[in-house]
Write a protein that binds this ligand. Structure first.
Ligand code: SAH
Length: 347
């Protein structure tokens, strides 16, 4: 038989069934789960399992599902960017951010992305495939092991559109939250989406306490159509209605992400228009100075423009924060590192 079961993708009940199918007691499933989520990368390390069982497990399954190809560490703030090779040779990237409140990992959910946002490097080569739940959690386990510290927060803001890979992302959320595993609280997890409306409504019904972040980046459909093609399918109005429904069901505050692009969406009129859209909602706006992507012509707004945009939103009663730029010296833009790696290989 092939070693085809990725243990990092398995729930406790999957592992209990696997143990029983190999003639072992059910409780071995929980033991395996514990080991996998401790971040070990070899079945040999599961030292409280019988030797014979370890050998059988090794025949049908594996733990390590990615290898670190490269780590870039920011000299400015200690942010680390990881490039991983998956078992099939595909390459993905993840980021570790060190905050006073703990370590946050930003994970990718797909290899590439098909959403086509005009300012984003992740989407330049289109989508290759979805990541499995095990490959999403593998990024956190590998980084935790690499730094020897606990990861306390997760953001699904790497390459890919999480709600375009709904089932594996939901499976991942339940794995990472499991108290016998990494035990990362749902409240410490943020999922960012470009606005796949039906999936936002599905997510509302999952009964999980994650923070939903919506990549809005424009205050009217005319502009959003241009910079985010998904807007032609789910326009601003439909997203806002879905968000209102989400808030009604979950009572959770939504974050709206707004990347400020010089001369495109950073004027005071846009800030006023945005305030009008969000008025009265349980939400806040996260303003992100654009990370300039080499292949794209968009430029980042100047600091005074960002500040004026924030002030306008606040004046109209919308809470707004400016995201601190981390890892500015290490290809921080979404998908840039992976793209550079692939381009190097093409030459
Ligand atoms: N597909 C998800 C996750 C994407 S990455 C989504 O669309 O939300 C997380 C955030 O970074 C999104 O808000 C995305 O629009 C934004 N982003 C992508 N490229 C960027 C860039 N070059 N500069 C600033 N923000 C960027």
């Amino acid at each position: 038989m092939n070693r085809e079961i990725d243990l990092r993708s398995c729930s406790i009940s999957d592992l209990e069934k696997l143990s029983e199918s190999l003639g072992e007691k059910k409780f071995r499933g929980k033991q395996i789960f514990g080991w996998v989520h401790k971040g070990i990368d070899s079945i040999e390390d599961m030292n409280n399992l019988p030797k014979k069982f370890i050998d059988e497990l090794k025949l049908v399954s594996y733990v390590n599902n990615m290898d670190i190809l490269e780590v870039l560490t920011s000299r400015v703030d200690g942010t680390k960017k990881y490039l991983f090779a998956l078992k099939d040779g595909n390459v993905i990237e993840s980021v570790l951010m060190k905050y006073r409140h703990g370590n946050t990992v930003c994970v990718s959910t797909q290899v590439g992305c098909k959403m086509g946002c005009g300012f984003c490097a992740s989407t330049i080569g289109g989508i290759v495939r979805n990541l499995s739940a095990g490959e999403i959690i593998g990024q956190i386990l590998s980084i935790g092991k690499n730094i020897g510290e606990r990861i306390s927060n997760v953001v699904l803001m790497g390459s890919g559109e999480p709600l375009d890979n709904y089932n594996e992302v939901l499976k991942f959320l339940r794995l990472v939250n499991n108290e016998l595993g990494l035990n990362i609280g749902m409240r410490n997890i943020t999922l960012s989406t470009c606005g796949i409306v039906p999936k936002i409504l599905d997510l509302a019904k999952e009964d999980i306490q994650i923070t939903l972040a919506i990549s809005l980046h424009a205050s009217n459909d005319k502009l959003r159509d241009k910079i985010m093609p998904i807007n032609k399918v789910y326009n601003i109005n439909s997203i806002i209605n879905a968000c209102k429904e989400y808030i009604k069901i979950t009572n959770r505050r939504i974050t709206f992400e707004y990347s400020l692009i010089k001369g495109v969406n950073d004027d005071i009129e846009s800030a006023k228009e945005l305030a009008g859209i969000l008025k009265g909602m349980l939400c806040h706006v996260n303003l992100i100075p654009l990370n300039e992507v080499r292949e794209k012509s968009f430029k980042s707004s100047e600091n005074n423009k960002v500040k004026a945009f924030q002030d306008t939103l606040m004046k109209y009663g919308i809470e707004a924060t400016i995201r601190r730029e981390l890892g500015s010296d290490i290809e921080a833009a979404c998908g840039q590192l992976r793209k550079d790696y692939i381009d190097k290989g093409d030459n």
